[in-house]
Design a protein around this ligand. Sequence first.
Ligand code: SF4
Length: 382
Amino acid sequence: MAVRRTAVVGESELLASYPFLPGAERLVAAFAPSLKDLIEDPALSRARELGRARIRAAVEDPTGGTGVGELVLATHEEQFLSFLYARLLLSAPRSGAAIRRWAVAEAKRGSTRLNGADLEVIREVARRLGFGFDVDGHDVELVVPEYLKLATPIREADFRLVHQAVAHGRVRIDRERAARLLQEAVRLRLGEPIALGDDVRTRLLDAEAEFLEEVLRRVPTPTSRAGGVGPLLPEKFPPCIRKMRRVLEAGENLSHSGRFALAAFLHRAGADAETIVDAYRGAPDFDEGITRYQVEHITHRDDGRGYSPPECATLRSHGLCVREGDPGATSPADRARDPLCYEEYLRHPLQYYRIRGGRPVDDSPPDGTSGGRRSGAGGRPA
Ligand code: SF4
């Protein structure tokens, strides 16, 4: 039977170790008189430097697995303020891609710490994040709806409910799995920029212009790429790309050429690295570290333009074209033959996307010559 006990670490230590917890903001008043002080006070320069180190570690390692050595020697105050400073800093330029990259790294750092923590600490962190974990012996239990809420975004086959020990409406998991579930909750929580007042935003952008420029260069947002890419519109994707996503979501295998085509397409369609990695989480052999490196390789080439996605003819030769319809799809529209795919002028999945209303990265050369149609981003011919 599950037993409730009290937390085993003090409040200040808990919030310094897990600064993403709701309520940690209370420490700001205790440690720094105002956000302006955090940005400008020379006495807090060490916290700012550690904040930049947190971001640098995330930028340099797409797996999010690199630690920040200096944090080991930092005080509780510096640990918390550096976290807050990093979060503020990445919220200032409204760069979704950079803050999501950092969120992965911070969530992993928290998860690693939780993995070595007392189970009571795991229970307390979960409670503060809004989840009811109960400690039972060497394991943790939680109710099925909460498990599903935490596990669904993970999408890795191993985390599906059918693979868990379930009894009387409760799921029993070990420490490692509990830490991994909370990692996902933290990643989602930190992945959104926080709202900043104009004064704070301006001060941050002025004070850290050079540093932020370097970060945004290394973790480009889709909208910062050439050609004015529009919002991602998955419902406008061509049938081949929709099928590749469906196959992965169903936990089925997708060929190597299909995986490459999907990543290259999503990148040109405007998806950031986190969104592309997420598309592969359902793969039966999903390995986050390997996937991140492969996505980096595909998307960083040629100064961020990435590899060109394959043309229709290439996809057809690999058996990846489904213009005749996808029999495994749940939606009748996806099961049906797509007339646009039979148009003689249609040469490329990105061309399909553009005709349907999507706005992928325009890789046409500045002089407007046809050389830019390499990736087929052009629309219907005149
Ligand atoms: S014709 Fe082209 S866009 Fe349409 S399904 Fe086949 S490969 Fe995809």
